[in-house]
Design a binder for this molecule. Structure first.
Ligand SMILES: Cc1cc2nc3c(=O)[nH]c(=O)nc-3n(C[C@H](O)[C@H](O)[C@H](O)COP(=O)(O)OP(=O)(O)OC[C@H]3O[C@@H](n4cnc5c(N)ncnc54)[C@H](O)[C@@H]3O)c2cc1C
Length: 411
């Protein structure tokens, strides 16, 4: 592997195209999102821009080339996500459903399953959405727990040539689709006779069998359409089981590595915006003193420390996404660190930047708080750092042959 930290001409182009799209479409869209109180109406403001992104090829850019898409390297993905998420992480999370929901399809899908399940997301028009239905209302950190614990409660029972799926799912974007009738594709983590399994339901199976019970009114990432739904006798063909029955725990864990690694990049996008706001304030504002507040060492220290942590998180996230997309054996550990370190650094850095700005930051009209509210989500989404991600790191480090130098290639 050649190591270079200079963007190629193609990556420069990608960065500018994503930045241009974000500033032209996402920025004005977020003004509307900020002013809309109803969670469904708020999320619907994303839909016309979603369609533009599909037309621009952004959805296809999430699908790897061997499966018909145009995804580039992990660093390409990081650049693309950072630029879009700087204006609207809500939008990227909404668009990126297939990143998680299709991951197990790429890993163990048959040729027939791959062509059927990936097809909706190769479209050049419309607004196709996918949901990874892992989380459940009663908690999901222990989804793999054996009886007498509940573990996954959603069940799938074979009835002739069909799985019949019943249960409740929560939190994943687009569990109800745009219209409450279900997404174009839902990868369902459920319990079958042989343990935890993954079964795909397409929109035709979901219509009439999904009930949206609640639209969550999120404190940050306000444009995300997250819901609690009931699955009521969803019937799908037997052949929609992914891989082996009972292999769902491993497949679910693997499905969340790419999105976990990308959380580091989401955190960078939030920190970068908060830094710009605080830096501009510190250069301009004297707050009644003799000089702009950046000339106070304490303020400059906060800005300097923030900038260093942003740079460190960006590099870790590039490395992690690169490893995940290249299927490097070091990918799980790097992805977990990008998720845990990136998300927690994001909250810490933005909180410090708010202190540098002072009381002005606490007015809702001042733009910095929104980035903290978004960043507060990152430690708890995509597998919470406490109940899921640090436990995965513990498992890795507890194996007798764990080598701390392995992930960095320095072993
Ligand atoms: C915007 C958004 C998008 C999301 N997207 C998706 C998605 O696409 N798909 C999806 O399925 N979900 C999604 N979620 C939900 C998210 O992934 C959660 O991380 C996941 O549901 C697990 O929640 P949790 O970690 O809080 O676990 P919970 O089971 O709710 O546990 C709560 C807390 O209990 C403690 N705990 C529980 N068990 C243990 C344990 N064994 N060891 C230590 N501590 C423990 C921890 O403190 C943990 O934080 C999304 C959520 C949001 C807000």
């Amino acid at each position: 592997m050649t190591v270079s930290f200079t963007l190629t001409p193609e990556q420069e182009q990608l960065k500018m195209a994503a930045r241009g799209f974000a500033q032209e479409y996402l920025r004005p869209m977020m003004h509307g999102v900020g002013n809309e109180a109803d969670p469904l109406r708020r999320a619907m403001l994303l839909r016309p821009v979603f369609e533009k992104a599909v037309q621009a090829g952004f959805l296809k850019a999430l699908i790897p080339v061997p499966f018909g898409g145009s995804a580039g390297s992990g660093v390409d993905a990081a650049i693309f996500i950072e630029e879009l998420a700087a204006e609207s992480p809500d939008f990227v999370i909404s668009l990126a459903g297939p990143l998680i929901a299709l991951a197990p399809v790429y890993e163990v899908g048959t040729m027939e399953q791959i062509s059927r399940f990936v097809a909706p997301f190769l479209a050049d028009s419309g607004a196709p959405v996918a949901a990874m239905a892992y989380s459940e209302p009663g908690g999901s950190a222990n989804f793999d727990a054996e009886a007498p614990a509940d573990g996954v409660r959603t069940t799938a029972v074979l009835d002739g040539d069909e799985w019949v799926i019943n249960g409740s799912k929560a939190w994943a974007s687009h569990l109800g689709g745009w219209d409450g009738q279900g997404p174009d594709l839902m990868t369902i983590v459920c319990r079958t006779d042989k343990g935890v399994s993954l079964i795909v339901a397409e929109r035709e199976h979901l219509q009439g069998h999904v009930t949206v019970e609640e639209y969550y009114d999120l404190a940050g990432l306000r444009g995300c359409l997250t819901t609690r739904v009931t699955l009521n006798n969803v019937r799908v063909p037997k052949g929609n089981l992914l891989g082996l029955e009972g292999d769902g725990v491993r497949l679910t864990r693997n499905a969340f590595y790419a999105s976990g690694a990308s959380i580091g990049t989401f955190a960078v996008a939030a920190m970068r915006q908060a830094f710009d706001i605080a830096h501009e304030f510190a250069l301009a504002e004297k707050r009644g003193g003799h000089a702009p507040i950046i000339h106070y060492q304490a303020v400059a220290d906060i800005l300097a420390d923030a900038k260093g942590k942003i740079e460190a998180t960006r590099l870790l996230s590039w490395r992690a996404l690169d490893a995940v997309l290249r299927q490097d054996p070091a990918a799980p550990e790097l992805a977990l660190h990008a998720k845990v370190f990136g998300s927690e650094t994001g909250v810490e850095v933005i909180n410090e930047l708010i202190k540098a700005v002072g009381v002005t930051a606490f007015n809702q009209g001042f733009p910095i708080l929104r980035h903290l509210m978004d960043a507060l989500a990152y430690p708890i989404i995509e597998g919470g750092n406490v109940g899921v991600r640090r436990r995965q790191l513990q498992t890795l480090m507890s194996t007798p042959d764990y080598d701390p130098l392995f992930a960095s290639g320095m072993a």
